[in-house]
Design a protein around this ligand. Sequence first.
Ligand code: FMN
Length: 360
Amino acid sequence: MNTFGQALRVTTFGESHGVGIGGVIDGLPAGIPMDMDFIYKEMQRRAGGQNLYSTQRKEADRVEILSGVFEGKTTGTPLGFFIQNSANKSKDYDSIKNLFRPGHADFTYFQKYGVRDYRGGGRSSARESAVRVAAGAIAKLLLSHFNIKIQSGILSIGKILGKDIDFKNAQKSEIFALDKNVESQQKEAINNARNAHNSIGGVALVRASGIPAGLGEPLYYKLDSAIGALMLGLNGVKAVEIGEGTESTHLLGSENNDQMDKKGFQSNHCGGILGGISTGNEILIKVHFKPTPSIFLPQYTQDINGNVLECNIKGRHDPCIAVRGSVVCEAQLALILADMLLLNATSKLEYLQKIYASKK
Ligand SMILES: Cc1cc2nc3c(=O)[nH]c(=O)nc-3n(C[C@H](O)[C@H](O)[C@H](O)COP(=O)(O)O)c2cc1C
């Protein structure tokens, strides 16, 4: 399944070493100015090849709009876009052509489809996540009209946890570290893993602010379940937490509840979502990434004929997927919130009256 969303439906296509990747966004309102510089900047935040903390694969990642935009604004028709693949080196994958890389999706894709697209992992590669970032940038352009802001950064790398959260630090940090006090330790942990031909896991924190109360579609498209589904659909994501998350299982009700006063909620343990609907407070999401499966240590595996072999992986890989993954999670939260905003436009009679009364 390659489509997500209800009112704002996004379909993505393409694989790591094909001609290119792209998407179709259906449901965008007409009249949104397309800021191509903004989209380019968002793409560059996710792109690899910028420092030693990410893959050395460097793609131009220029987004070409194919449809749905006229004279610089959306037309309300499906917005199609394309991103060329230019930096693929399929030769790097010759040695693992018939092998299943441990921890990667090679084995399961082969069991399901019977096809072994060994070139960079095909669609199970993170290349597809560039499409999510492009679509997310367009969703952000819509959300900017409602002063909704989404930010992200790295909370932890391995066991090194940031506590002093500063999204401004994440913007200037090479690893998007949220806590400058542990940034050098976190970088060292990634360097140590890379120098040992290994990889390391991490956790991204995503925050949305300026959210109106009332977004979310209980019961089967609750705001938290939609966020969870999209985040877990990203390659390498193993867990998603909302607000206090799993920590709330260690708390008493009196510690976890967000009490109210005249101004509203006194705390935000729930992470801005109750009953699957936004409270109006900041939405706080933690996304847990496993260590990159492609490591440069000898490992045992099977080939497509069931023979056990030693597998030696080559190529360009992220030493820690959480780093670039954090930018993708931010884009995904933008997509979900844009979808929920559109869905909510019909949740009350008065909303409909406001739209149609003005036409009298
Ligand atoms: C931003 C990002 C970058 C990634 N980079 C790599 C990489 O360089 N090498 C690799 O083997 N896997 C990488 N992955 C992870 C694989 O795509 C993923 O582990 C694989 O598809 C198996 O899926 P699963 O981990 O969800 O089971 C990356 C994932 C993301 C989101």
